[in-house]
Design a protein around this ligand. Structure first.
Ligand code: ATP
Length: 520
């Protein structure tokens, strides 16, 4: 097994080398926590987007999409609470001059204890072999019980200082846990301060504070302020949802972990408007629906878990995260929040416009409640790469060799098939290009005639292409090609006439979407 830290470094290097993710403005030495997507990255991102968008809007007849502007009236952010409360607690180490998020320092401390638990479990698993009962071990082993108790206590303390917004108590907690700066190794900390995460800029030519506007820190508010427009023009009745995919901006205090925490990123959010009192039912519904969407991708289910919030954001009445085990530990990829009528009520008050819903059945008006699902497109992208990256040892003409392969779920793979003439002569390139043309209407394909077939296979493995199709001399007489499967590396000879069907079977977004319900 590869060390997880090494794995993460390899994923970052691989992303760059194979055109998935580039540091932004690289020839100017980059811009911290901003990234660009390359030729393969953009295709993978588009496919993730399509999977989410179709699952939300096409598979739910009561969900529609919108695309609202990034710039919005500044009062929106007062109403939403972001001007007053969208803060992160920050702390500096006086020796290294490094800045940290105080909550992340504590969370990282917890992760270290979680690692110790994991090590104990792994050790015991080795010792007991087949007869090992993991749950029982975790419940009864003295050391593990003690570790888990400590974790729980720290989590409760952390939630408390955050909920009370008690900054001195926050610092006291960090001191009590004897957390040291990872860079200087000292515990010489400043006080904890609050830092607002919103970027601002000026609208128009007057550099006046009255013209200050914000870059949206979430897409959700664009949905809330269009609630009435959609309700009136769509004829949807409650319960109904509005979905949106778009950029969001946060001036994150610490930019680390590649595209996990960016200052400019993309969110896929859906606000589901419901009758007050039904929020628990819909919260459960969306938890189940969203985890099914993830599991349907066939990624190891043990890498997913729910994490209920102890600390609730200023708008939430209940919240859970879907966490994934990234190479740097379990971290949030998606949030599901029960937001009550907080947002619409605030907008009604601040705008002076009625944002009520008339319920025919009840013969009464009310402000709808909202359950939202919010996933970061870039984090989902990193999730896919983390789950997909594999180094396999294979035998090649008597020698063992390492094959790097991205086992990306086939419907999300950037390139679906690569067409390769065995040699660059005898009419094989022409034939290969003819096949490419016939497939290009349905699938994103690549043509490759350079280097040995083995090298070409490796290049496609490295970007996760599910199929390689080789055109050889027999193709010209038998109308057949060989098709090689990325995961099994097995090759089969099939008729050109069946190619599209064979590829489609594996890479079809439609089939992927059809299977979602089976995971519920
Ligand atoms: P975190 O605690 O990691 O900062 P959050 O709880 O503030 O995240 P939300 O406000 O719930 O995140 O945002 C919803 C989703 O948007 C997150 O689950 C995540 O996938 C994504 N997201 C949030 N911040 C970032 C960021 N800086 N970079 C990339 N994705 C982000």
């Amino acid at each position: 097994m590869m060390n997880q830290e090494d794995l993460f470094k390899k994923i970052i290097a691989h992303s760059k080398e194979y055109g998935f993710v580039f540091p932004s403005s690289e020839i100017y030495d980059g811009l911290s926590a901003v990234y660009d997507y390359g030729q393969n990255g953009v295709a993978l991102k588009l496919n993730i987007r399509e999977y989410w968008w179709k699952a939300m809007t096409m598979l739910h007849s009561n969900i529609v999409g919108i695309d609202s502007a990034i710039f919005m009236h500044p009062t929106i952010w007062k109403a939403s609470g972001h001007v007053g409360a969208f803060n992160d607690p920050l702390i500096d180490n006086k020796d290294s001059k490094k800045r940290y998020r105080a909550d992340v320092l504590v969370e990282d401390y917890i992760l270290k204890i979680e690692d110790k638990v994991k090590k104990e479990v792994a050790k015991a698993e080795k010792r007991f072999g087949e007869s090992f009962d993991k749950e029982q071990f975790i419940a009864t082993n003295g050391r593990v019980v003690e570790y888990n108790k400590t974790i729980r206590e720290i989590q409760i303390r952390l939630a408390q200082v955050q909920n009370d917004n008690d900054l001195p108590a926050f610092k006291a907690l960090i001191e009590e846990l004897q957390i040291a700066c990872p860079v200087s190794g000292t515990r010489n900390w400043t006080d904890v301060r609050q830092f607002n995460l919103m970027f601002d800029t000026k609208l128009g030519s007057l550099s006046d504070d009255a013209n200050k506007i914000y870059l949206r820190p979430e897409t959700a508010q664009g949905i809330f302020v269009n609630y009435s427009n959609v309700a009136k023009t769509s004829r949807l009745r409650i319960p109904f949802g509005i979905a949106q995919i778009g950029k969001a901006f946060r001036n994150e205090i610490v930019a680390r972990q590649f595209i996990f925490r960016m200052r400019e990123f993309e969110q896929m959010e859906m606000q589901f408007f419901i009758k007050p009192g039904q929020e628990d039912t819909w919260f459960e519904y969306w938890k189940a629906t969203r985890i099914a969407w993830h599991k349907n991708l066939g990624i190891d289910a043990s890498k997913y878990r729910f994490h209920d919030h102890e600390k609730l954001a200023h708008y939430a009445t209940a919240a859970t995260d879907i966490e994934f085990e990234f190479p740097f530990g379990f971290k949030e990829v998606e949030g599901i929040h029960s937001r009550s009528d907080f947002d619409l009520k605030q907008h009604q008050e601040f705008s002076g416009k009625k944002l009520q819903y008339f319920d025919n059945e009840e013969n009464a008006s009310y402000i709808p409640y909202v359950v939202e699902t919010s996933i970061g497109l870039d984090r989902m992208f990193l999730l896919i790469l983390s789950a997909a990256y594999e180094e396999e040892t294979i035998e090649n003409e008597g020698k063992s060799d390492i094959r790097v392969v991205l086992k990306i779920p086939a419907p999300l793979a950037p390139v679906k098939a690569a067409i390769m003439p065995l040699v660059k002569k005898d009419g094989l390139p022409e034939k290969a290009k003819e096949i490419l043309r016939s497939l290009a209407f349905d699938f994103n394909c690549q043509y490759d005639e350079k280097d040995s077939i083995g090298k070409r296979y490796r290049r496609q493995d490295a970007i996760g292409t599910p199929y390689c199709i080789t055109v050889d001399h027999d193709t010209l007489t038998t109308n057949t090609v060989t098709i090689r499967d990325r995961d099994t590396m097995l090759q089969e000879r099939i008729s050109i006439d069946t190619l599209a069907e064979v590829i489609d079977k594996k890479v079809s977004m439609k089939t992927l979407l059809k299977n979602i319900d089976a995971n519920k």
